[in-house]
Design a protein around this ligand. Structure first.
Ligand code: GDD
Length: 330
């Protein structure tokens, strides 16, 4: 049985990746942070399955700012594959907490690479990096060779980590892969990311629980796909014979306004009546034209995104509405 280790296992991507790896017959280990809240809701359905939890799914207390523990756990688990998904992932917040962002996202990745380099049999390593490394790129769409030019602390931290992965691949011979991930969403997305915030608000407005939706820049455009598709790309990239960098993207740009239109229309609502601009939600700098060319992942790994933008937003909105309906019944 192949053993995998995941940092960020309790997040959106971690939960979908865990489902995929378990379905592929893996034994899955995940690092969890010790906090006073035990919110592992995205894993709850796997956690509650007695045939999986502590049989093929294991959680370990370990964190990126505690390399001694991380080293101990990784030595004991001896994984064949490591998926590094953890980090401070909110771009807007990275302007408020740049040092924490760099500590976890940049230095945390370097610490992990150092630990892996020392293991008797270094595992294959996947690093979830971001389109934010390109910032305001000269090329549209971007490819794996587009120059790195981040415009926010999060993008800078990811740029450092991405380049370090390349250094460890080339200088130390690690099987280390950068997945350059464009925005990917799902009903499990964190509530402070714009797609989930909008879909949640549409459902709450429909149910009469909310009357206004404050937003930042609604003209901002992103390349949005479904998280389930992107974790498949992560897995495929570690199964390939050689390590490399891959863009995972849909190649299509949509605006925040497109998200609003699709989410509100799914519930027969007119978004214009509810949305208001909150200047606090405008970012000091916005990246431009972040849209990816995933040809290399398609031709080398056979990866293709399967979910359209409209289907994604409809699935998210319906999921939010269902949660409210279930809550009102109980
Ligand atoms: N979060 C948020 N909240 N974003 C808003 C809002 C709001 O109220 N109003 C407008 N936006 C705009 C943001 O300014 C940005 O242009 C866009 O919506 C998307 O914001 P997010 O959903 O927060 O995602 P992101 O693009 O900044 O970052 C996500 O994608 C990256 C990959 O490109 C994160 O998942 C990153 O971790 C990831 O690397």
């Amino acid at each position: 049985m192949t053993i995998a280790f995941i940092t960020g296992i309790t997040g959106q991507d971690g939960s979908y990746l865990t489902e995929l790896l378990l379905a592929q017959g893996y034994e899955v280990h995940g690092a969890v942070r010790r906090t006073s809240s035990l919110d592992r809701s995205r894993l709850a359905h796997l956690y509650a399955d007695p045939t999986l939890y502590n049989h093929r799914l294991f959680l370990h207390y370990a964190d990126l700012d505690d390399p001694t523990t991380l080293r101990r756990v990784l030595t004991k688990v001896a994984p064949r594959e490591v998926y590094h998904l953890a980090g401070q992932s909110h771009v807007g917040l990275s302007f408020e907490i740049p040092e924490t962002t760099c500590e976890f996202t940049a230095m945390g990745t370097l610490r992990l690479l150092e630990i892996l380099r020392d293991l008797p049999e270094p595992p294959r390593f996947f690093h979830a990096t971001s389109s934010e490394i390109f910032g305001r790129p000269l090329e549209v769409p971007q490819t794996e060779t587009t120059p790195i030019a981040p415009v926010n602390p999060y993008g800078c931290a990811k740029a450092f980590a991405t380049q370090m992965v390349r250094v460890y691949r080339e200088a130390h011979g690690l099987f280390a892969v950068n997945g350059i991930l464009y925005n990917h969403e799902s009903p499990r997305r964190g509530e402070n990311f714009v797609t989930r915030k909008i879909c949640r608000a549409a459902a709450a407005i429909k149910a009469g629980h909310q009357s206004k939706l404050p937003l930042g820049d609604t003209s901002a455009r992103r390349d949005w796909g479904h998280a389930r598709d992107y974790v498949r790309g992560m897995w495929l990239s570690l199964r390939h014979d050689t390590p490399d960098d891959y863009i995972f993207a849909t190649g299509q740009l949509h605006s925040v306004q497109d998200v609003l239109e699709n989410a509100f229309a799914a519930l027969d609502l007119d978004w214009h009546k509810y949305v208001e601009t909150d200047p606090h939600l405008l970012r000091p700098a916005e990246p431009m034209q972040l849209v990816g060319n995933a040809d290399k992942a398609r031709t080398t790994l056979g990866w293709l995104p399967q979910t359209s933008f409209t289907d994604l937003i409809h699935e998210m909105t319906r999921a939010e509405f269902q949660v409210l309906a279930d809550t009102s019944i109980n």
